[in-house]
Design a protein. Structure first.
Length: 190
């Protein structure tokens, strides 16, 4: 090979490698990332009341909300759940809206894989909100002091009010039931 042909090949190789590197999507710079959302879009937000959420669900047919259920299987009097089945052509397959003391604290959106895919959602979230706090094959989590947002496999997007969730976890861990107390006393007596 002549020196001129070798120079041309080197130049082509440099342009090819630089083009590949430029095409790879980089996450947004930390100074350019948006604050984590407190819900989906502009209509459903953590902290909304049960009535406010119902109104939004009725106004947006994509959620497939058909009105209040006749029976709730949630045992706690301070908790309420709205479950919807999205319309056939909707991006939502199923949605769950969890309330504690009449405030929305968890939004779970099971997405339709015919309308969205995990990779597209992940790259959009990463580009918008930066690198996740944790990443595993099952779940990717973005988190700050107020919101925990996760993308879970196969295709679920979840928003959690972090302070309320932590409050509920702390309350559940603090109190022992009467049966646990009696069991501990029995074991101490052995």
């Amino acid at each position: 090979m002549t020196a001129s042909v070798l120079k041309v090949l080197v130049i082509l190789l440099v342009f090819t490698v630089s083009g590949i590197c430029a095409a790879q999507e980089e996450p947004a710079d930390a100074s350019e990332t948006a604050a984590l959302p407190v819900g989906y879009g502009s209509d459903i937000k953590l902290g909304m009341t049960f009535a406010e959420t119902q109104t939004v669900l009725v106004e947006n047919p994509a959620y497939g909300y058909k009105g209040e259920a006749d029976v709730s299987l949630i045992e706690s009097p301070n908790r309420t759940l709205i479950e919807t089945a999205g319309l056939r052509d909707s991006v939502f397959e199923r949605c769950w809206f969890h309330f504690y003391e009449d405030k929305l604290y968890i939004i779970t959106l099971a997405l339709n894989p015919a309308k969205a895919d995990h990779y597209s959602i992940f790259t959009t979230l990463r580009g918008k909100y930066g690198d996740p706090k944790s990443l595993s094959p099952e779940k990717t989590v973005w988190e700050n002091e107020t919101v925990l947002m996760s993308l879970e496999r196969p295709l679920t997007l979840r928003y959690v009010d972090a302070p309320v969730f932590q409050q509920l976890l702390n309350a559940a861990a603090v109190e022992k039931s009467g049966a646990e107390y009696l069991r501990d006393r029995f074991l101490e007596g052995l």
